[in-house]
Ligand binder design. Structure first.
Ligand code: GLU
Length: 418
């Protein structure tokens, strides 16, 4: 489909093709699963603070709903395109299936640089977007959540806009909400916590100790900052972090709580905190470390830099950070990869808990949430490791095959309509 043809979509399809080939997936299913079930493109006129009306472009793509309502975040980023959103939606399908959540995959996005908008403009844009995608979303249909560039405030506006349409409060229409609106304890740090749980499993598998582990993290948003904090709490040494503007490095370990305080509360750039030496994003990826966590955007590790990586474990906090060419190089180097659809699934797992709590109007404790998250993500890791060893394939192919197989079974059992 020409409209979807971007490099991120090509990456998602190439991964799928490789897994489908390996598992000898029924060709009749293959063609359908390469394409999204439904895609919506909307134009969003927004009254700017200066009195002018600016028109933004938004998307919501549902990749597959055979196993349940669609689920996936909404991304606000200036590079968002239909193809990128479709790729991310496809990855959500495999991610939910691999974790055993009763969802299909979806993703949404608006082509906008959210930091350039005022709070009021962001609210008007979000509400107009929610109103336009209203026919697609709902607790039984499609449940959005935060992603790059969106947060609990954006989710609150979507929840309110949807609730205004139906006439009563519907907390289950989105996840990642604040606690006051039916959010869940532990959702905010969930992706980072999941990244830590699977990394601990990998360290154990490789007989490495967490106390001796060094960690470098690309990206210091929700996923990167919580990963840094929780890794340090587990006893690892976080030696470098970065954001779009660059990063900092301290071989003795960064003071993560202080870094977060200055970065978030004081708005200081990472390098201006003086808590380490300034480095570039490229330098960060090439640092010698036990664990490298790309937690920013897709296609950061490519055939151009893969050979220079010096990590033992690559835990993919971001979606699609590694290209297939890079995979091959890393495999030859013996890097243990925890693929995105497994490594970053903590977010959607706790989103699932939030949705269940909203539907039941019965809320769980933080310990319940942590324990259940650890159970689900650890067993997904072990299942993936098992398939990877049994079938002599990479962790990525094992995770994809596992997810795709769940979806294929659902399609076979439901049959082809009409
Ligand atoms: N945006 C997150 C992801 O890519 C979370 C999705 C969700 O919670 O639905 O997995």
């Amino acid at each position: 489909m020409q409209e979807l043809d971007t490099h991120t979509f090509r990456l998602a399809v190439a991964q799928f093709d490789q897994a489908a080939e390996f598992m000898k997936l029924d060709p009749n299913l293959r063609e359908r699963l390469k394409l999204p079930q439904r895609s919506m493109m909307v134009s969003l006129p927004v009254l700017m603070d200066n009195g002018r009306v600016e028109v933004f472009t938004g998307y919501r793509v549902q990749h597959d709903s055979a196993r349940g309502p669609c689920k996936g975040g909404i991304r606000y980023h200036h590079d968002v395109s239909l193809g990128e959103v479709a790729a991310l939606a496809m990855w959500m399908t495999w991610k939910c299936a691999l974790a055993g959540l009763p969802y299909g995959g979806a993703k949404g996005g608006i082509q906008v640089a959210p930091k350039k908008l005022s709070h009021a403009e962001l609210q008007r844009l979000t509400r107009r977007y929610a109103a336009e995608i209203y026919p697609l979303i709902g607790p039984d249909k499609d449940v959005p959540a935060p992603d790059v560039g969106t947060d609990a405030q954006v989710m609150s506006w979507i929840m309110d806009t949807y609730s205004q349409q139906v006439g009563y409060a519907v907390p289950g229409v989105v996840t990642g909400k604040p606690l006051s609106l039916g959010g869940s304890l532990g959702r905010e740090e969930a992706t980072g916590r999941g990244v830590v749980y699977v990394t601990l499993e990998a360290l154990r598998h490789l007989h490495l100790s967490i106390a001796q582990a060094t960690v470098a993290i690309q990206g210091f948003g929700n996923v990167g900052s919580h990963t840094a904090l929780l890794m340090q709490q587990q006893g690892a040494r976080v030696i470098a972090v970065s954001d779009v503007s660059g990063g900092i490095y301290n071989v003795n370990g960064l003071d993560v709580p202080e870094l977060i305080r200055r970065y978030r509360n004081k708005g200081q750039a990472l390098r201006d905190t003086k808590l380490g030496d300034a480095i570039t994003n490229d330098e960060l990826l090439q640092l010698e470390c036990t664990v490298l966590v790309p937690a920013a955007l897709s296609e950061q590790i490519t055939e151009k830099n893969a050979a220079r990586l010096r990590c033992r474990i690559l835990t993919e906090g971001a979606n699609g950070p590694t290209t297939l060419d890079a995979d091959r190089i890393l495999e030859e180097k013996g890097v243990f990869i925890i693929p995105d659809i497994l490594a970053n699934s903590g977010g959607v797992i706790v989103s699932y808990f939030e949705w269940v709590q909203d539907l039941q109007r019965f809320f769980w404790s933080a310990t319940d949430i942590q324990r259940r998250l650890q159970d689900i993500i650890t067993s997904a890791f072990q299942r993936t490791l098992h398939v990877s060893t049994e079938r002599r394939t990479s962790m990525r192919m094992a995770a994809l095959m596992n997810g795709i197989d769940q979806v294929a079974q659902a399609h076979r059992q439901r049959g082809l309509y009409p």
